[in-house]
Every structure is written in C-alpha cells, then in structure tokens.
Design a protein around this ligand. Sequence first.
Ligand SMILES: O=C(O)CCC(=O)C(=O)O
Ligand SMILES: [Fe+2]
Length: 220
Amino acid sequence: MDDELFPRPRAEIAPGAVHVPGWLDLAAQQSLLAACRTWARPPGGLRTVRMPSGGQMSVRMVCLGLHWYPYGYARTVVDGDGSPVKPFPGRLGRMAAQAVRDAYGDERAESVPAPDAYDVALVNYYDRGATMGMHRDSDEKSTAPVVSLSLGDSCVFRFGNTRTRNRPWTDVELRSGDLFVFGGPSRAAFHGVPRTHPGTGPAALGLTGRLNITLRVSGW
Ligand SMILES: O=C(O)CCC(=O)C(=O)O
Ligand SMILES: [Fe+2]
C-alpha cells in the first residue's frame, strides 16, 4: 500500500514460490470483488464443499471455467445444483500471465504460460473462523504456476514443503491485494490457511471476511 511506512518487499519464500505484496491497487481489488459478488450468485454460485470423508470445508467456494470437487474437475456443479460451471473470463487469464511475469521477473520468462493457458479459477470465501488445512493443489494435469490473489481480511498463509504436510513451513501474512505465485519446484508444495484476521481488510473495500482467488491451468 502507498501509505505503508515500511513497504513490504517481494519475497521468494521457496524456489518458485513468490509473494508480491500489494500487487492489486484498491481500484483493481474493488473491480475483482464486484466480479466475485456476481460469480457467487446462483445458479452455480458459492457452495459448501463436502469431503468424501463426510466432513465439510469451512470455506465456501465458487469455480469458473471448470468445477473443482474433491477430487477432480467437471463441467457442471456435480456436487451442487448441477448447473454448468460459469465461464472463465479472458481477463483473468491475462492477469495470471502478468502475475507470473511480475513474480518471476525476466530471468524466468520462459516459465510464463500463455495468457490463454489459464482456464480455471477457484474463488474461496473465508468467513470469520474459516480455515484451510494443509493440502497440495494436485488435481490439475498441468504443472503451470498457480496464481493466488487475496482480498479483504489478511490471513496466515502457511507454505510448506513437497514431502509432508508438516514442518518445515514458512508462515506468510497475505493482505488484501497481495499476489502469491507457486510453480516450478514449489508447484506441489503443501500449503494452507490456519487463520484469518477478522476486521483487517481495507475499509474502502467493504468486504467482511476474506476472498482468495486461485488461477490455474487445468490441463484437462
Ligand atoms: O486461501 C488461500 O490463500 C489458499 C487457497 C488454496 O490453497 C486453494 O484454493 O487451493
Ligand atoms: Fe491450494
């Protein structure tokens, strides 16, 4: 943010895992939030995800492009109202490619997928108390970097290792407007959100809770 006394630097948390604080300015966050509100509406809107184990995720989710369910992708909301999944907007694909370019810099330009390669968005809504356990994003058939954008309340984003869901890990604070990209050797790293900080989002955004949007290349 412009008014930050000590600007937060871009940081490579692990090889291929890069945090870019403040990547989206307030206007871009507002525009993305307005779009999320539209996507969240039925049919095929925000839903509670039930796990095969019988539990349910505390985040609520809506998908664009392809519908993610535990554990795979489908063209309709197979575990919800059955409607077709909403289209993946081209502008999100262009944002994703730009995000990877900005995170990786020119020296890794060859690892930036084409803007039309990105075809899936998972939009997660964290109400007060919602968390996400340590997991890998492993249902994609592509190894292209995952692009994560955060809006609203800040959170603890736990970025672990590729072998186990346990330590070593690094806790990163993700705030509204932050970008996090994980690809290359970190594409299959375990990660999760052990907590959010309710009430910490920018007042001018007008969002209660936290939204996270991951942009992915499905390879499906
Ligand atoms: O909310 C976040 O920052 C992470 C979301 C995530 O890991 C996922 O959607 O797979
Ligand atoms: Fe994930």
